[in-house]
Design a protein around this ligand. Sequence first.
Ligand code: FES
Length: 247
Amino acid sequence: MPNVQKETEADLIPIFIMGKRYLVPESLTIMKAIEYAGYQFIRGCGCRGGICGACSTVYRKAGDYKIYSGLACQTVVEPNMYLTQIPFFPALRREYDYETMEPVAESIYQLYPELFRCVACNACTKICPMDVQVLDYISALKRGDLEAATRISFDCIQCGLCASRCMGELPQYHIAQLARRLHGGKLAPRAEHLRQVVESIAAGKFADVMEELKALPVDELRKLYTERELEPAMSDEQWRPSNNAGL
Ligand code: FES
């Protein structure tokens, strides 16, 4: 049952879910508004933080020709927004044997020849909720530049909205994922500090600390996690294999 009795009518706005009108608080995201209306997510919802890409959503507004899009966990509802469940976009991911693949653009061309159907309309970039320059990484791949495609697509969250707008029917996010796998796994230099840490973990160096952490109350654990020291992001220069061989 809709949960509208908790708010006064003045705080609520109408939205339409599967054609049915609901009144929901105007400050909610699409995801929370749908839950507020009484629905439960068992799919299409993951991190709730704009990172996992599971909640890509298209919607319409009354009297407006356009189809809008966004992440349901990040996009705030608007009056008379129309939300409807639609089937998936058929962005096919090809199967491949990663171990035997050469880390060159031709490997991608063989699996995704539709790459060359791109007409550079840039609709993919315009719809991306992460502001990834989708057309730029597709163009980089056409030039055979795996490194650039990896770097430019790095913030992709695999939501698939790019593919939903592509007149060439490219599954851009699958293509970029393969580029990152090939570059990251077969071309980029190994991170020496990471190898050392993995070895020390395997040798049991952190076993005692891990036991201590497991015994902590959740609040303390959360505080530690929030205040943890983060590794700084790599600069563009560090991305170049010739520049970070010493990492
Ligand atoms: S639920 Fe993960 S991006 Fe929205």
